[in-house]
Design a protein around this ligand. Structure first.
Ligand code: FE2
Length: 153
């Protein structure tokens, strides 16, 4: 498995980039485990983890879109919904042994690569217009959210 983080995935928003790194890490871990012949039930648990993390990440992006009044939110969120439906479908197909692990991996990686390069890039480009997002810190504090202060504050 020679797939790893590529600098072109760094879009310039700390929170989104950090979550994308985690998501790619989970996808690559799945691919490597499959290559090494991990038992199917282990791979199923990994896919479960990926789908739950993807759902969390999409919600995070959609909340950012709401905060910054992103004009393409509806379409972007629709793409997230379609992906989640496709991902769940692949998950079940894999679970009942209708498809192989490498097919699931290929689907996840290609989607990750193209969605970041097109849709997420547009979103972060919009955020670049003076808007950044809060990044949760290990200490429990959050960085100041520049440009997202509630109206009237
Ligand atoms: Fe997205």
């Amino acid at each position: 498995m020679n797939i790893k983080w590529d600098s072109r995935y760094d879009l310039g928003n700390a929170r989104i980039d950090s979550e994308h790194r985690t998501l790619l890490g989970l996808i690559v871990d799945f691919g490597e485990a499959a290559e090494q012949g991990a038992p199917r039930e282990r791979l199923v648990r990994m896919l479960d983890e990926i789908s739950k993390y993807a759902e969390y990440h999409f919600l995070c992006e959609e909340n950012i879109m709401t905060d910054c009044q992103y004009p393409e939110q509806k379409n972007h969120a629709r793409l997230h919904l379609i992906l989640m439906e496709d991902l769940i479908e692949k998950f079940w197909q894999f679970k009942r042994e209708a498809i192989a692990a490498d097919e699931v991996f290929k689907f996840m990686f290609e989607w990750f690569d193209s969605h970041i390069s097109i849709e997420d890039k547009k979103l972060v480009g919009h955020l670049g217009n003076g808007l950044t997002t809060a990044v949760p810190l290990a200490s429990g504090r959050r960085e100041t959210a520049v440009g997202l202060a509630p109206k009237g504050s």
